[in-house]
Design a protein around this ligand. Structure first.
Ligand code: IVH
Length: 681
């Protein structure tokens, strides 16, 4: 690139980055994904490195964040609030470690590896142990005084206790847990208020409220990880000691931090956190490696905006930008019509994605998504990729809104959306081929009737050729019929017939789940099966309860069904509706007539074991531990997995191990299968 071209590009990048900084730090309304921002920033860093003569003091690379807004008074940070250098792959981590070893000496350095929280950095000043002032990072030198707002954050201690130093500044990240974020956004949307793009913006936006009472209602947390005037100020030798001290002062610190050795240790911890990130409620976007030895940090020193002794190793982006090329509508098992985004393929979260869910019509409207838009796509772990938002700044002239269809795109029947419901449904029930297909696919799926070898292609053929209409028809298939299907060999036909036959022997819970009653997932199916013990009992309860649906107060409706743990009035109403439908009753009868069966419950429900806590261990005669547990629960007992002093009985079979020892040491009564039988009498 010529010097001239480089200069022009550098100016362009600086202006773009400044604009995005302003949106991100001041308005809390970012317009591009973090990954995109990182790319722009890196390009600028590299161009400036290649052309040092074009370096300038006011380049975004020379500062941190954005200047404070004038809504709050400003705070001069005693020590700048630095940023962190980023690494995006293992090579860059090796490179960082090598440089650091050159600076401080040593073969293998110890690092303290912490989650990189995705929130808003703040600094908290404590004088004589009392919280006196809190500020945002601002541009790294000057921040905003948000003391009143920070006082409302529940896990910021207002006092550090008796052993606090005369003056100390604690730094860390204000975050909003994912679950709280979702609840808050739903509440904001319900009030017609502006929602937040992600937990980080929600945290930053909540902290910059003019009225602290608003901040107080926001579910914020604070994670502590550093000191204001350098971690050396308390005289503690390592980061691990520092974190322990912060925890003593009642700050929240991460359960996912670890002291590791060398690059290999860093990378191993990175891998662990990459797996944990989806079960963590607090969003993290990488791992920070910090030289554990605080004295050595002095020797390493820092650059304009980043210390040389720490590195942020970022996770692969789970968000990416791409173009929404079309919106199609899929019809699911319950007739729900779901808008599906067809996208220009893009690599995100470790896979190439070209389809994503748009959830429902309301979501599409709320997010104001147009066909032709550049959109932010999110793919986190194994969840279905979703379109998070559109980027209106990049909207082309000819972009247009996608229209929800009035007619089912598969069968042409009317699509209805009952008042107060978000989901639009095809009204054609099982007469709609799409619904029939989805219902059958669910029926045969692994966690339902578990019919192996009945994939989508075969199902489509069976339906298209009218060989199967309801699940019961599957049990009437014969070999000749199957051999008539495309690509069906003798052997596969035999296997499929055997799989269908095998599925006749099932459990009541699986059967109920397989029926596809709306809102009845595996857990609810299990609860219904345990509670009622038979399909007849459930049918009777549903019929009896149906008559109570208009009773006031609402809490008196569906008394039998709502007695089942997990079943509330909404699910109870769905169950009643399902059993009221003659077609569903006919299918159930046909399935039972086809020989579907399950083990009878060993004995009718009772309360012989009410309130008793059991733990089961070892091999029991005749029954599996799951069956024994079901028996105990059917008689009112509870079953847990570990022995404690609250355990009433340990039911022990052969080869009982550590649980038996523990029970004996705690004086818990140990019984065998026979003794359980006598307890039941
Ligand atoms: S240490 C001198 N530790 O990441 C280094 N920062 O990109 C000071 N961050 O400004 C920061 N988690 O807002 C540190 N465990 C962690 C962090 C962390 C998140 C943020 C912080 C910082 C930014 C740098």
């Amino acid at each position: 690139m010529s010097a001239e071209a480089a200069s022009a590009r550098i100016e362009e990048l600086r202006a773009t980055i400044r604009e995005h900084d302003r949106r991100y730090y001041q308005d809390d309304t970012p317009a591009i994904s973090d990954a995109e921002y990182d790319r722009l920033f890196r390009e600028l860093v590299e161009l400036e490195r290649a052309h040092p003569e074009l370096q300038s003091e006011d380049s975004p690379t020379q500062r941190v964040g954005a200047p404070p807004s004038d809504a709050f008074s400003t705070v001069q940070h005693s020590t700048p609030m630095l940023s962190l250098a980023n690494a995006f792959d293992a090579d860059e981590v090796h490179e960082f470690d090598r440089r650091l070893r050159d600076l401080v000496g040593g073969e293998q350095l110890d690092y303290f590896a912490e989650p990189k929280y995705d929130g808003a950095a703040v600094t908290l000043r404590y004088e004589q142990g009392k919280f006196t002032r809190g500020a945002t990072r601002g541009d790294g030198r000057t921040g905003e005084d948000i003391t009143a707002n920070l006082r409302t954050v529940r896990d910021i201690p207002l006092s550090l206790g008796a052993d606090a130093p005369a003056l100390v500044e604690v730094r860390g990240e204000v975050v909003m847990p994912q679950s709280a974020f979702e609840r808050m956004n739903a509440a904001l949307a319900a009030n017609g208020e502006k929602t937040f793009v992600n937990p980080r913006n929600a945290a930053a936006g909540s902290l910059r409220q003019i009225d602290p009472a608003v901040t107080a209602r926001r579910p914020l947390s604070f994670m502590a990880y550093a000191l204001g005037s350098g971690e050396g100020e308390l005289g503690l030798p390592t980061q691990a000691d520092l974190i322990a001290r912060l925890a003593q002062w009642a700050f929240s610190t991460s359960d996912y931090a670890a002291l590791v050795s060398g690059v290999e240790g860093c990378l191993a911890h990175y891998k662990r956190l990459l797996e944990f990130r989806h079960i963590m409620d607090v969003a993290i976007d990488g791992v920070v490696y910090k030289l554990d030895n605080i004295a050595l940090r002095e020797e390493a020193g820092h650059l304009a905006r980043t210390p040389r002794w720490a590195l942020a190793h970022k996770f692969p982006a789970e968000e990416a930008e791409t173009v929404l090329e079309a919106v199609e509508f899929q019809v699911g098992r319950t007739g729900a019509v779901t808008p599906v985004a067809r996208l220009k393929p893009v690599f995100v979260g470790g896979a190439t994605v070209s389809n994503a869910t748009l959830h429902n019509a309301d979501e599409m409207l709320r997010k104001d998504i147009h066909i032709g838009d550049t959109v932010v796509l999110r793919r986190a772990g194994d969840v279905i990729p979703e379109v998070v938002r559109a980027i209106p700044e990049k909207r082309p002239q000819d972009a247009r809104r996608a229209q929800m269809p009035d007619q089912c795109p598969v069968c042409g029947a009317e699509v209805a959306r009952p008042e107060g419901e978000v989901v639009a449904r095809c009204t054609n029930g099982l007469s709609c081929p799409a619904q029939r297909h989805a219902a059958l696919a669910h029926f045969v799926s692994r966690r339902a009737m578990d019919i192996d070898g009945l994939g989508d292609k075969i199902l489509t053929q069976l339906l298209d050729q009218d060989l199967v209409e309801t699940p019961a028809d599957l049990y009437k298939l014969d070999k000749d019929t199957l051999l008539g299907l495309e690509r069906m060999a003798d052997k596969s036909a035999d296997n499929l017939l055997a799989a269908i036959d095998k599925s006749r022997n099932t459990t009541l819970a699986r059967f109920l789940f397989a029926l596809g009653i709306p809102d009845v997932g595996e857990t609810t199916a299990q609860a219904l099966a345990e509670h009622f013990g038979s399909i007849e009992a459930l049918r009777e309860a549903a019929a009896a309860d149906d008559g109570t649906r208009d009773i006031k107060p609402a809490t008196k409706r569906f008394p039998q069904l709502t007695a089942v743990p997990d079943v509330g009035p909404v699910v109870a109403a769905e169950i009643c509706d399902f059993f009221k439908e003659p077609h569903n009753q006919a299918v159930i009868d046909a399935l039972l007539a086809a020989g579907i069966h399950w083990p009878e419950p060993k004995s009718p429900r009772g309360d012989a074991l009410a309130g008793k806590r059991f733990v089961i261990t070892g091999t029991l005669p005749d029954v599996t531990r799951d069956e024994a547990a079901a028996l105990i629960k059917s008689q009112g007992g509870q079953v847990s997995s570990s022995v404690s002093k609250n355990t009433d009985y340990l039911l022990a079979g052969e080869n009982a191990g550590s649980k038996l020892e523990k029970a004996q040491s705690l004086g818990v009564t140990v019984i065998g299968w026979e003794q359980l039988q006598s307890l039941l009498q």
